[in-house]
Design a binder for this molecule. Structure first.
Ligand code: TYM
Length: 365
């Protein structure tokens, strides 16, 4: 994959409103607060990733590659959300390393802290204060409807804690604490973001107009399926290719990956529209190669084994520079920590400003 050819350049707001500047319309550093944009188009973006395991190609294609692509055009704030990660069982002894590792891979994937704001959620405690206030503007019924809560409650039956239940309230506080008006995510976050907008509207209705309406911005690959073909690629399902996986591992994982189930023999024509390997080709292979594979799969001109080999080679081309950068950064952990501290300072200042306004609106202090 050529990073510039990734279909990550035009975020598509869920509600069909402004689609962001044209691809290639780069305007320089994203941390410049003076960035102007036409009415209705987001100016400040916020998004987060949990440090619950390796960043995988679903995270990368659905979110992180898009985040990197958006940096030159918007004021981008990205976060490693460790407070969200403690809503399921975790090991306190390895958490610090997991946070640093996620941040390191994020930077290697293009979240350059010189051009965006990158920080760790627990370093800004003001957000937690806002989450409490937002919990008073959130209907229990709305939280009960969250499919991610239902899924996680089913996965962690012995630990269905209140934090897991109010997880989306903290997510709303993350976004609205910095008054972000655009949130680039994969499609599994759409329900959480709808709730963020509901919370903002409820707060504004009760206490005055403080918060923006944050649009959902999808990447062109908003849902990457797992290698087992059983739903989305996910850290908890172990059905992923990690961004850290070197080419041997990638080839091994691809070799057993689910394809078009109707293609039982090499001579059966396939249907790329329902094949996850083809979806990955669309992200990692050139448009010409994608067109050739589409035609050859349908005519049984290429078999799944060769199709996967081509994908493996293109993934290696795309992933190995990121892996090299990641390895280089792991030798300089203090540089990563310093960058995260600088990011937290900026977010703390922005969120403190919001909190002053919020407390005044609520009649507190
Ligand atoms: P998390 O850590 O589960 O995922 C991080 C990002 O990766 C996207 N993603 C995918 N995209 C496509 N296909 C997949 N298989 C796939 N798996 C994951 C997710 O959509 C997400 O964008 N709740 C969030 C973290 C969060 C957050 C926020 C996000 C906390 N606060 C504020 C946005 C704004 C989460 O669990 O992401």
């Amino acid at each position: 994959m050529n990073a510039d050819e990734h279909k990550v350049s035009s975020p598509v707001p869920e509600d069909g409103a402004g689609t962001g500047p044209a691809a290639g319309d780069d305007t320089g550093s994203a941390v410049d607060d003076s960035k102007a944009s036409p009415a209705g188009e987001p100016t400040r973006l916020y998004s987060g990733i949990q440090p619950t395991g390796d960043i995988h190609i679903g995270n990368y294609l659905g979110a992180v590659a898009n985040w990197a692509k958006l940096i030159p055009r918007y004021d981008c704030i990205y976060c490693v959300v460790d407070y969200h990660a403690i809503t399921i069982e975790y090991d306190p002894d390895t958490m610090r390393d997991a946070v640093l590792d996620t941040a390191t891979m994020g930077i290697a994937c293009g979240l350059d802290p010189d051009h965006c704001t990158f920080f760790v959620q627990s370093h800004v405690s003001e957000t937690m204060e806002l989450a409490w206030i937002f919990s008073t503007c959130t209907a229990i019924g709305a939280l009960e409807r969250m499919t991610q809560f239902k899924d996680k409650a089913a996965q962690h039956k012995q630990n269905i804690n209140a934090g897991l239940f109010t997880y989306p309230v903290l997510q709303a506080a993350d976004i609205l604490g910095v008054k972000a008006d655009g949130v680039p995510v994969g499609d599994d976050q759409s329900q959480h973001l709808e709730l963020t907008r509901e919370i903002a509207r409820r707060f504004n209705h009760l206490y005055g107009p403080v918060f923006p309406d944050a649009k959902t911005l999808y990447s062109p690959a908003p849902r990457i399926l797992g290698l087992d073909g059983q739903g989305k690629m996910s850290k908890s399902q172990g059905n992923y290719i990690a961004m850290k996986d070197r080419s041997d591992m990638v080839r091994k994982k691809l070799s057993t990956a689910y394809t078009d189930p109707n293609r039982l023999r090499r001579s059966d024509p396939g249907n790329p529209d329902i094949c996850n390997i083809f979806t990955l080709h669309k992200s990692f292979s050139s448009p010409d190669e994608v067109a050739t594979i589409d035609a050859e799969c349908r005519s049984a001109g290429i078999g799944c084994v060769d199709c996967k080999k081509k994908l493996g080679a293109n993934m290696e081309t795309a992933m190995s520079p990121i892996q090299d950068k990641y390895e280089d950064l792991t030798r300089r952990p203090d540089d990563v920590r310093d960058a995260l501290a600088t990011g937290a300072d900026r977010v703390r200042a922005l969120t403190s400003e919001t909190m002053t306004e919020v407390r005044q609106s609520l009649g507190l202090r």
